[in-house]
Design a protein around this ligand. Sequence first.
Ligand code: BG6
Length: 525
Amino acid sequence: MSNCLQNSPPQKKKATMANRQNPLRDGLRLKRTPQPSTLIILGATGDLTKRKLVPSLYSLYIDGFLPQDFRIVAFARRDKNDDIFRNDMRDALREYYGEIDDANRMNRFLSLIHYHRGDFNQPEPHVELAQLLGKLQDERGITGNRLFYLATPPSTYQAIINNLGAAQLNKSPSGWTRVIIEKPFGRDLGSAIELGKVVDSVLTEDQIYRIDHYLGKETVQNILVFRFANGIFEPIWNRRYIDHVQITVAETLGLEGRGNFFEETGITRDIVQNHALQLFCLFAMEPPAAIDSNAVRNEKVKVLQAVKQFRESDVDELVVRGQYAAGSLMGQQLPGYKEEEGVATDSATETYFAAKFFIDNWRWADVPFYIRAGKRLPKRVTEIAIHFKNAPLQMFSEKARSQVGSNVLALRIQPDEGISLRFDSKVPGPSSLIRPVTMDFRYGTSFGQKPPDAYERLLLDALLGDATLFTRSDENQMAWKLLDPIFNRWNQLGRIELPQYQIGAWGPTQADHLLRNDHREWRRL
Ligand code: BG6
């Protein structure tokens, strides 16, 4: 079972194939080809494998980025064999990759996949896995470079890591061993530290790849380019010019069969602790000394260290949570959260989160950062919207400025990838009316194609041993530390009835009050 189902509606990936003429893919082309290796996916019958991992691997395969000698071992509990699993993946490619223009090539790719049945919570199947890997290597006469991918529920990580260690799979007799661990890594600071200890007792830090797939998104990487490759933004990127910032991660999807997983996490652990806080850090960090893995991660950690810690007594005022109730979205009548499969009928798990954060440093003192994330909202959109301060003096009459808003720079992470700037303009004609207009950059228009999937980039980087786009242990722990007072307060409150919002609404009304109390409003998306 996967813990990281993507919210993207099954995007047909014709774009990826056509992307071979694309400058973004040319960037990927500059990379070396990874060494011969085997990818072992634990929890391979889950959604992540079929929706994201296998389509991304196929894309890398077609583009010639996978090594000559590459195998995939799918490790899961269900009763399947190589043929059945390959057939499942054939269906998955048809559904999630898009048009397959060369069936023979797809079959050659599928023949690289082996199925290993076993319960990854038990030690024995790992010993058998070690034997299978040894056998595959002997047959091919290659070195034993191994990349493990934990696409399993977070509650299984400790057992799996221990089992890998006990079966001596934490190091390969003849090559490197790396382990990709899906988020969330821990469920609060204490458990993240504890899990970290288990992982550290079996693996070294350079073997661990904590994945947050947002970091593999082109638009997320572009935040650094936008800020630090251009000269004009730095002077205004601070409290003197910025009134406040809104970070939104909105999804239309609900649980997609992941009720058990979501009950363990809620939106705060599933999206805020990682994806939303990564956007926050990249937006707010100081320029790094260099664009390398340590310098960038050091600056991100400094942002988290400077965030004003919530006091438990402030949580009720500064943090809003909610849960979706039955309603209709895009013409479809949908069940409420508590009616979903795998969810307790009295669940107090939040499907919506909104909060106000402050960063106590010279750049950002007193600038509110409003972060919201939710499932079953009216629209799928992730963006960072920077609301600038108004002009110091209003020279135009209130009447003329009837529709005027502040200047907003929006970094659109998805799905309409791009950047836009809203500013006021005179309406043409004899009147002196003023209206906001938008200046727009779109990836699709400027680069001719949509960016490749984040998982392609991250899988390739892990095979190449480049950890820049993976999160570091201190970064992960600081993010938990920041959220811990919120979890503590919620634990004190116990299983209460959470504020409800109807499916298709922008969260509970309390979320609007959070901004209204500050005489602001959420951006209408
Ligand atoms: C995953 C979460 O990490 O991110 C999912 O587990 C969520 O719940 C998904 O739907 C969103 O990813 P994306 O790339 O579609 O925004």
